[in-house]
Ligand binder design. Structure first.
Ligand code: PHE
Length: 344
């Protein structure tokens, strides 16, 4: 029978050789069982030491323990290598290609009406107007009566107004009722700008929608004149379009202002030479305005002998249409992404 030393050496070589072929964790576990386990090869040798002569046992034990430590160290080395290789393989498999173009994010954007609303309001804010709002479901009193629009006025016809609860409750047809609401709860000086939705019972076409937006302006103070109104409106037109935009004021009639007027600007598209947008006239009608009617001032308890005011109201979609050369108001709420994305 081979000497103990030879047998242990054979075991060592066989074990190490096999260990080198173990390439994953299950193989490692099997190897450990085979050689270092409780019923493994080394344990088998150690059990056989009981048959040795007593004086030979310590040396045999030392040799076996040395082998055991050597195998354990080799095992740990191998285990570390395999873990490192597995990690490398994982990195390789999960490699991120930083040169790959990123997937496109589809972010939303503000609606063109909202963008224009914010621009308009911010211009008036710079001119000293505070932003406020009013209800879309409105009382006949605020929408018509307090604005000096008598009961037999054609605007009250059911063909123009959506009634929620006729005849007293309706969808506001303009933002002007907020003028009255503001004056009722404040004392002059008043300076507000009021954006909001309006509704009209209207057949839709390229320039009419049953729902649209207006921005209303109101200033009341001692000594306000038409010159103040014109100054504010020219400043506005030149900020929203070009710094040298020409303005044209003409008489117009609204029951709640006196005198009343209409502001037109030189067509910002053709600069006055005539085009499709301005229907070859060179001018674009932008808004209605005027000095607040004394009757309106009296209805809210103001004294027209002491204070005067001016007001104006404009259609937001109309301004957005002129500024962006849009020829159909129905595009705004048509939900066509090809239209909307141009404003993103
Ligand atoms: N409310 C009017 C309209 O809807 C516009 C306007 C506002 C006119 C304020 C004069 C003063 O047409």
């Amino acid at each position: 029978m081979a000497s103990l030393a030879t047998r242990l050496e054979t075991l060592r070589q066989q074990a190490l050789q096999e260990l080198n072929t173990a390439s994953d964790e299950p193989a490692l576990a099997r190897w450990r069982n085979t050689y270092l386990g409780r019923n493994g090869a080394l344990a088998g040798h150690m059990r056989s030491f009981s048959q040795l002569a007593a004086e030979d046992r310590p040396a045999a034990g030392q040799a076996a323990n040395a082998l055991k430590r050597a195998l354990e160290t080799a095992f740990e080395d191998r285990e570390g290598r395999i873990a490192a290789l597995a990690l490398d393989a994982r990195f390789e498999a999960q490699r991120i290609d930083v040169t790959l173009p990123a997937r496109r994010l589809h972010t939303g954007a503000l609606h063109p009406t909202t963008q224009m609303l914010r621009r308009v309001v911010s211009i008036f804010r710079d001119l000293g107007f505070r932003e406020t709002e009013g209800p879309e479901v409105e009382l006949d009193w605020y929408n018509f009566e307090a604005l000096n629009i008598p009961p037999d006025h054609p605007a009250r016809d059911m063909w123009d107004t959506f009634y929620v609860n006729p005849p007293a409750v309706l969808l506001r047809t303009h933002t002007s009722p907020v003028q009255v609401r503001m004056m009722e709860k404040t004392q002059p000086p008043v300076r507000v700008v009021v954006p909001g939705r309006c509704y009209r019972y209207e057949a839709q076409d390229a320039s009419h929608e049953w729902m649209f937006h207006q921005v209303e302006g109101l200033a009341v103070d001692e000594g306000l004149t038409m010159a103040d109104l014109k100054g504010v409106l020219v400043a506005f037109a030149q900020r929203i379009f070009w710094p040298d935009t020409q303005c044209r004021f003409r008489c117009d009639y609204f029951p709640f202002v006196e005198p009343g007027m209409e502001l037109a600007v030189q067509c910002p598209i053709c600069r006055g030479s005539g085009c499709r947008v301005c229907k070859q006239s060179g001018w674009i009608e932008l808004l209605g305005a005027g000095m607040v009617h004394p009757k309106v001032l009296r209805k809210v308890g103001y004294d027209p002998e002491k204070v005067s005011g001016f007001a104006f109201g404009m259609g937001l979609e109309r301004i957005a249409m002129v500024a962006n050369t849009i020829d159909d108001i129905r595009l705004f709420h048509g939900n066509d992404l090809r239209f909307l994305q141009q404003f993103a």
